[in-house]
Structures are given as structure tokens and as C-alpha cells.
Design a protein around this ligand. Structure first.
Ligand code: ATP
Length: 306
């Protein structure tokens, strides 16, 4: 076990940032922390990396985080602004120079997709390229434990996937990774296990598929009708129970049930522009457990579709 956290608590004055969080992370695991703004993710990463004190027990490599040899950990803080007037290459080389042993800066730049921007000043890089440099600085010491607070924020979809591949490769080589993200797809695709924080508490913990099975709800058919109310009436008359789906009309349906839903719509003469069948995702888990879904079946049924 690389990380063992038991009943971790942290307050900032009256604000409770962490309210008794317990979990552990094994070697080579990718562990993603998700949760709304202010849920406590950054505070937890800071407690694990020893940059803030916390009550409870936090053990990293069997000891106190603050005492772990710094070359064993790579940390990407959420807010990190390196010197503007150094190039991407100089910055990575600078951070590499802080360790007795470090990786070749050029290979780190290649890993984060910045070979072609090595000579560009940090201030002249795009937002996503800047974030890549920051990720690079966390990799220079070839750490055993990598903690990445929102590593891919601002990075374009292709670059994000490249970073997922990089992180997966590191984990396959034995690196343990803890990351935070607001991208549910990132947590679902990348993480072995996910912890969902809300108001300082870990409200769900498990592999993405376990969480989806448990909290994600049913597969659904989403109907983009010309007249939502007509669709709601037709489906209700046919005995379907409407479910909430991003302010669209939707019913629970397995793939084999799609024809009968289509038939019910056709029989009532409902015109639709789109039909989409989809299985639950980690985003559904997030919405179910944090209650941040703006739309609801009730709103649709009462004609309140935005
Ligand atoms: N240095 C600080 N001083 C005072 N309050 C803080 C401090 N850092 C965090 N907080 C508060 O602690 C709570 C948890 O914040 P934290 O940054 O850990 O959340 P988060 O889940 O990382 O949020 P986000 O998704 O917005 O990054 C919030 O209410 C925040 O306002």
C-alpha cells in the first residue's frame, strides 16, 4: 500500500474542507478524485503530499507525507505558474536540476508533447501548452508516486488523450498516480478506482464500473421530439416512466426495448428529430450523488424544457 488515509480532517476557520476521509491506494494504481468545486479535492491532495497539515492519519510510503524523500513524489499543484521568461525546455531542465537524479529533459518534453515548443517562452505558450509544461515538471524526477491536481484542465481533447496514455504507461511501469479531475470521461477511462468527494466527505469509492452499476441508473432512450409534451403523453399512456436526462424526454430502456418505445411514439404520431440510446456513465453517478442535475423529468412533464 502506497497511501493510507484514515479519518482525515481539515478545517480552514469555520470551513470544513475535509470531514473524515479514509481510503488507501496501492502501488501502480491510478486513483481519481472527483467532486464539485470546493468539495475538498485539492485539500486532500495537499494533505497527501504534506503541503498542508491535517488531523487523522495520513501515511505515504509508510510514513508522514512531509518526511517522504522528495525525489519519490512528483506533485503538480492546481495552481502553478512558473517563470514567464524561461522557455519550456529551460523550465523542464531547471526542475530536473533540483534532483540528484532526473530524467532527460528532452524525453520529458516529448512525453508531454512539447518537443516543437521547447524554445518558446512560457509566457508565449497557449494555456494547454503551459499546463503540459507544468505536468512535465512533475515528471522530471521519475517519481514513484505522482500527484496531479487537475492535470488536463485547458488541454485540448487530443492532448488530453495523449496524457492519459502517458499516465497509463507510467502506472503500468509501477508508478502510483493520484489525480483530480472535473472531466468524468477522464476518471472513467483512466482510473482504476475513483473517489467522489462532496462537502469534505468521500461519498463513493470504487472502480468506475462498480460505481456506474451501483449509482448510474438504467440504460435509457432519449427522445428529441418536436413537441416534448406530446412525447411525454404518448410514453406515459404506453406505461413508460419518464426519467431525468439533461432536460430531454427519456425513458429507461434496454437495447431490446427500443423498438417498442419507437412503436409507442409512432402510434401517437409523435414526430422526433433524434433518438439516442445510451448506457449510464460516471457522469450519471456524479449527478446522482451530488444532485447537480439542473433538469428533471418533472420539469419536462410540466412543459419546463429549456
Ligand atoms: N487556503 C485556504 N484558506 C481558506 N479556505 C480554504 C483554503 N483552501 C481551501 N479552502 C476552502 O476549503 C474548501 C475545499 O477547497 P478545495 O480547494 O480543497 O476544493 P476542491 O474540491 O479542490 O475545489 P475545486 O474543484 O474548485 O478545485 C472550500 O470551501 C475552500 O473555500
Amino acid at each position: 500500500m502506497i497511501i493510507d488515509a484514515v479519518d482525515v480532517r481539515r478545517r480552514y476557520g469555520e470551513t470544513v474542507a475535509l470531514d473524515g476521509v479514509s481510503f488507501s491506494v496501492d502501488e501502480g494504481e491510478i486513483f481519481a478524485l472527483i467532486g464539485p468545486n470546493g468539495a475538498g479535492k485539492t485539500t486532500l491532495v495537499r494533505a497527501l503530499s504534506g503541503t498542508t497539515d491535517a488531523e487523522g492519519t495520513v501515511s505515504v510510503f509508510g510514513g508522514s507525507p512531509a518526511e517522504v524523500a522528495r525525489d519519490r513524489i512528483g506533485l503538480l499543484p492546481q495552481e502553478f505558474t512558473p517563470a514567464d521568461r524561461l522557455t519550456a525546455g529551460e523550465l523542464v531542465a531547471y526542475y530536473a536540476g533540483l534532483y540528484d537524479e532526473s530524467r532527460d529533459p528532452e524525453s520529458v518534453l516529448a512525453d508531454v508533447g512539447l518537443t516543437d515548443s521547447a524554445d518558446t517562452f512560457y509566457e508565449n505558450l497557449s494555456g494547454g501548452q503551459k499546463r503540459r509544461v507544468c505536468v512535465g515538471t512533475a515528471l522530471v524526477n521519475d517519481p514513484e508516486l505522482l500527484m496531479l491536481d487537475e492535470p488536463t484542465t485547458g488541454i485540448d481533447p487530443t492532448g488530453r488523450r495523449d496524457l492519459w496514455e502517458l499516465i497509463e504507461g507510467l502506472a503500468n511501469g509501477g508508478t502510483t498516480v493520484v489525480l483530480t479531475t472535473h472531466y468524468m470521461e477522464e476518471a472513467e477511462e483512466l482510473a482504476d478506482r475513483v473517489g467522489l468527494l462532496a462537502d469534505g466527505e468521500l461519498v463513493a469509492l470504487g472502480s468506475p464500473s462498480e460505481l456506474i452499476d451501483r449509482y448510474g441508473g438504467e440504460s435509457r432512450l432519449v427522445i428529441e421530439a418536436e413537441d416534448d409534451e406530446a412525447a411525454v403523453d404518448a410514453l406515459t399512456d404506453a406505461g413508460y416512466e419518464l426519467i431525468s436526462e439533461d432536460r430531454r424526454v427519456a425513458v429507461p430502456a434496454e437495447a431490446t426495448e427500443i423498438p417498442s418505445v419507437v412503436e409507442a411514439l409512432a402510434e401517437s404520431g409523435v414526430v422526433y428529430e433524434g433518438l439516442a440510446w445510451r448506457q449510464p456513465t460516471l457522469e450519471d453517478v456524479y449527478i446522482a450523488l451530488t444532485g447537480t442535475d439542473a433538469g428533471s423529468a418533472d420539469a419536462i412533464a410540466s412543459g419546463g424544457v429549456a
